[in-house]
Design a binder for this molecule. Structure first.
Ligand code: 0O2
Length: 216
């Protein structure tokens, strides 16, 4: 098979894995609505990494530009962003998903418990999802970023600042510092609102995930 059609086939498998996982998340969200009269998921975003970003990432890491290299090294070709209402929701949804017996947890990076130096917070989990083709089950990685509305609001502006190349260095540094302050303020607001929400709706629905939390 030509490299091009093999690449297209592989992207279809990533897309299938992404849809399977987002259906699981939608089912969890509706179950929560029925059982607890609360929707933990505010909304979801899905994307397949573009060819340009795949090439950029392989080149940046000095990796060969082949389909095998993509399969072996890039685990964020398929990505889902799950934007939750509260921090408790982030952990209950991610833990319920992680306990499902037909998928595997490959990696967890908890930037909520250990925020990045710039203030970035989110829980990143890489799952392996079986996609059934005529040749059998193909376990395919999907990166899921779980975050609250506040974390998402912050990350969007920080992302915009990072890619604003024509900003003078002093301005960039000043904005980056302000963003770090904003991250802390948002975290405080979130904690206070979470407390009110717990008082109204009761304790969070959290199960222990059957995996170690790994952070960099
Ligand atoms: P896109 O367009 O979202 O795909 P990498 O940094 O990619 O070489 P790794 O291990 O994949 O290595 O990184 P990590 O820490 O798991 O985070 C990958 C993704 O998380 C990023 O994807 C962002 O979406 C998000 N992210 C991580 N750190 C930050 C941050 O400081 N600010 C913001 N706004 N987002 C962050 P990509 O590949 O950058 O882009």
């Amino acid at each position: 098979m030509g490299q091009m059609s093999e690449f297209i086939n592989q992207m279809q498998v990533y897309e299938g894995a992404m849809y399977e996982l987002s259906t699981k998340l939608e089912i969890l969200d509706s179950e929560f609505q029925v059982r607890f009269s609360h929707n933990p998921i505010h909304h979801m975003e899905r994307r397949l990494k573009s060819v340009d970003s795949i090439l950029e990432k392989l080149q940046r890491r000095g990796l060969p530009v082949t389909i095998n290299s993509i399969r072996d090294n890039l685990f964020d070709i398929a990505g889902i962003r799950v934007i939750c209402n509260y921090r408790d929701d982030v952990y209950s949804v991610s833990n319920y998903l992680s306990t499902q017996s037909d998928i595997q947890v490959l990696q967890v990076k908890d930037y909520i418990k250990n925020p990045k130096q710039n203030g970035y917070r989110s829980l990143h989990v890489i799952y392996a999802v079986p996609v059934f083709l005529s040749s059998g089950a193909h376990y395919t990685p999907v990166e899921v970023q779980f975050r609250t509305i506040a974390m998402d609001y912050w990350a969007s502006l920080e992302h915009a600042l990072r890619y604003k190349a024509d900003l003078p260095d002093t301005k960039y540094t000043e904005h980056a510092q302000t963003l770090l302050d904003c991250a802390r303020s948002l975290q405080n607001v979130e904690t206070q609102m979470q407390t009110i929400h717990r008082d109204i709706n009761g304790a969070p629905q959290v199960v222990e995930a059957p995996h170690e939390h790994v952070s960099r």
